[in-house]
Ligand binder design. Structure first.
Ligand code: ZN
Length: 300
């Protein structure tokens, strides 16, 4: 599946300035320092051929040695120090506008390529991205990827994981508005993950059936559907094949629901009113016509 991805070490070397013409000793020291800094950089370029337009471009990639995991949220979101690998998970071809999460990038079928050309490339304007991405760029790229998944009518699991990662990015922003958007995308992730659970083959993005069962329970809990959440967690706990560590997690989350229910007995719990996004307003959020968020990337 990744046969078109080439790790081009020649490019890496020329990027490091190894072939540059160094005049004197001072220049040599400066160049050596630059080289050292670049070697220390947590990022490198992966040469990618776009399956839609065959443009070859460099995709920023995080070195696995640079991953510094701090902890994991209960919906499998991993928090990192140093550099955030999630920021670099979406690859974008700036020539045609095709974007997808890295593991899906080269899995397009002919009909899907035609759909991207027709509905994305024809309107694509593009933009220049900086050498290091921040949270806002990450959100933009996950939205662009989601738009591509919508256009090609991608499998539910792809849309679910894209929405989940988008929700995680909003979680990092820690503002009131971002919190609402996090819940909205968690809700979208939940709907699509349930579809995927019933029709797709496991594992999905490295998650086996029981991890997905747990995740559906947890996304229900986070979006205020306590009763549904308890049903899914109970299934995890009572299935003999499930690992003890996952059962423990499900029990912990069940306990959390009970505690929250007790706490919220006399006050309203998480309002799900603004989470009930129909297919229509989901598309509206992401649509090239109506969304100001992505409109700068497209021709009018
Ligand atoms: Zn392309």
């Amino acid at each position: 599946m990744d046969k078109k991805i080439i790790f081009n070490h020649d490019d890496l070397i020329s990027d490091f300035g190894i072939n540059a013409n160094i005049g004197d000793e001072n220049n040599k020291i400066i160049k050596e320092n630059e080289l050292e800094n670049k070697l220390k950089s947590p990022l490198y370029n992966t040469k990618v051929t776009c399956p839609v337009c065959e443009n070859v471009f460099n995709a920023l990639t995080v070195k696995s040695s640079a991953y510094r995991m701090i902890n994991k949220d209960s919906d499998f979101f991993i928090r990192y120090s140093l550099i955030n690998p999630y920021f670099y998970d979406v690859w974008v071809c700036n020539s045609c506008g095709y974007a997808a999460m890295r593991s899906d990038f080269n899995t397009l079928r002919t009909i899907e390529i035609e759909q991207v050309s027709k509905l994305i490339t024809s309107k694509w304007r593009g933009r220049t991205y900086p050498k290091i991405y921040d949270i806002h760029i990450a959100i933009e790229r996950y939205k662009l990827s989601l738009l591509n998944y919508i256009v090609i009518n991608a499998k539910s699991s792809k849309m679910a994981i894209n929405c989940l990662k988008l929700a995680w990015m909003y979680r990092l922003l820690e503002t009131e508005n971002a919190k609402k958007l996090e819940l909205k995308y968690l809700d979208q992730a939940l709907e699509r993950l349930k579809d995927a659970y019933y029709v797709e083959a496991f594992p999905l993005y490295g998650l086996d059936k029981y991890n997905i069962m747990y995740l559906i329970g947890e996304l229900n809990r986070r979006t205020g559907h306590a009763n549904d959440s308890l049903i899914w967690f109970s299934s995890v706990i009572t299935t003999p094949e499930v690992k003890e560590s996952l059962k423990r997690l499900a029990r912990d989350m069940k306990d959390l629901i009970k505690k929250d229910e007790f706490k919220n007995k006399n006050s309203s719990s998480v309002s799900t009113e603004n989470l009930k996004c129909s297919e229509n307003n989901f598309d509206e959020e992401i649509s090239t016509k109506k969304s100001s968020f992505l409109s700068k990337l497209f021709k009018r």
